[in-house]
Design a protein around this ligand. Sequence first.
Ligand SMILES: [Cu+2]
Length: 453
Amino acid sequence: MITRRDLLKTGAALFAGGAVSAAFRPATAAEKASAATRPPLPAPAGVSYAPVVTLNGWTLPWKMEGGVKVFHLVAEPVKREFAPGMIVNCWGYNGSTPGPTIECVEGDRVRILVTNKLPEHTSIHWHGIFLPNGMDGVGGLTQPQIQPGETYVYEFTLRQNGTFMYHPHADEMVQMALGMMGMFIVHPRTPEHPKIDRDYCFILHNFAVHAGTATPDPSVMTDFNMWAFNSRVFPGIDPLVARTGDRVRIRIANLSMHEHPIHIHGTAFEVTGTDAGWIAPSARYKETTLLVPVGNIRVGEFVADAPGDWALHCHKSHHTMNAMGHEVPNMIGVKHDDIARRIRKLVPGYMAMGETGMAEHAAHTAMGHMKLPENTLPMMTGEGPFGPIEMGGMFTVVKVRDAQPPGDYTDPGWYEHPKGTVAWKLEGDIPVPVRQDFKPTPEEDTDQQARSG
Ligand SMILES: [Cu+2]
């Protein structure tokens, strides 16, 4: 997460050299080595927008050359810490996966140099951007592949504003499976109404990193085990912070192989955009779960009017988990104390689990009773102010605070609930609840008989 000192440094660069040169503020060594969210780059002089904050990522600085904004992307192998305890051998851009966000303004002329430092050829496609056909980056179709060691130049004028992506259009199955992707944000030239106070972006992705290994398996088609926001998984994903009353925008892109219903607690998204730009105000609608299709983008906005720590997560429950075995027998309701005792005689230390659910397994892992394979994160993990959170994968928190200073993205810590506003444990007599009284006939209960028999 960004520290207050980082923000002060960004501010100092602004005053020292004007808004444009602030874009050249070199990242500190600590920032470069970390997967924490880096401070956004301020808007250049003459335009007004809330700079985009790339969750657990960063924005690519640019240089002005003869009226053209010049960016330089380097496609290369990178190491990415998915969460503390797991480092993955990925491919990405400029040292990270996702690559740095490219942030521009409608009407900008951009020149993007792309250097290939991968062991095989690549190309780069600007997803959703209208440009001359020869700039579209489809290897073999609109240009030769970029061979290792070569640098290609893409140059076009941004005729739209909205939320876009970049990714290879060469050996896609391998290159995207290993993490090659990035976001491309184009702000409108005239200020937006209503004004956006905080503008976040991230990409949904999936990886298959088999237990005990460190390199994603590109041959996996559907059965992934790492579900990521910007190549990070819970508890490695930073919170999205807001000040009470802020209008917050979250731009969510999906380059995974599954669609993801991204659910927000405590508020509702107004769906304002896709990868084709903005939805007309009369056609916008609200929902608390934003379904982001594969190869698409959804933009959701809300006014952060309720202070607290609000979960933001994929609603597919196996996408809020880290590595787990996918082909294990179902032990729910199976009494296996006796057989476990017998197995322990043969396999000392054997533990039978799963008959009451998987929370027990998570607790054993957290206590260190169960050793996980190397470089493998627990299936359910994370510790909150009230105990285990039991999440993984695509889960983080939107932290809304009255006292969060404008432009401050630092983690304010856990929410301090006003007295009397937290669900409490009832002591003493419990009232008799109304329940459906279901008594199965012997034939209907065969499943249970088979399990206990
Ligand atoms: Cu999902």
